[in-house]
Design a protein around this ligand. Sequence first.
Ligand code: ATR
Length: 273
Amino acid sequence: MDQYAVFGNPIAHSKSPQIHSLFAEQTAQQLEYNKQLVETDQFAAAANAFFQGNGRGLNITVPFKLDAFEYADKLTERAQRAGAVNTLAKQDDGSVLGDNTDGQGMVSDITDNLGWSIADKRILILGAGGAVRGVLQPLLAQQPCEVVIANRTLAKAIQLVREFKDLGKIKACSFDDLPGLQFDLVINGTSASLAGDLPPLPDYLLSDNASCYDMMYAADPTVFLQWAMDQGAAHSADGLGMLVGQAAESFALWRGVKPAVAPVITELRKQLG
Ligand code: ATR
């Protein structure tokens, strides 16, 4: 049977095997999907062993997305732009394609699953790390009015603008520059929520009918989503749908069939409690 797996370290917490099993069941695809703990200096050896057997595709999580980028024989445009790979797919000629489905996973969650629009909207992204780099190309492809990247370290936001400005209207600023500005969609891509922190955000940042999206997810609303509610956001969502969305994109790349995400999101949400 075709084998798939997620490589990471740590990996015990990964929901990918469950998500892909639900997709396989739903689309009547015959496959096996496991999680594999890989030693931090053993990525290439583990990937070689996997693809030499019945391995057809891998998901890659922390800390191996750059290793996977290096490992791939070919890269999709979006993986090249992201500078990171979260999906490897063995091709018929034996080569391994590297893709990055994180950004499209987030965009599909926002536009298809949540039904918010991105086109023509003023968008603020908080953070300028790997998570943000990974979503910029698919986000700009939706042709927002503008994307502003605010980051604690301004130089990193400026660097992202340099790399992505050919794809659309994009600007960098620091958190101090935000008072007086308003946005229709604010996306939190900082890792601050992990520590229960929130970047310093001014009041009145949200326009009427604004939406707030946190790339992180948790059983309870994240600090960013609590802020959004306090600020009167019309809509808000955490990143559980992004997790399922990126998995759906990987599944489609491997199997040529796109699973429905909504029932899987509902099932995972139930388990978060
Ligand atoms: P990831 O791969 O999750 O994006 P990362 O590349 O380390 O991780 O980036 C983390 C992002 O969260 C960065 O934009 C970081 O800001 P700096 O570039 O200034 O470090 C941001 N971040 C982390 N903790 C933060 C906090 N407490 N307040 C504001 N921004 C924070």
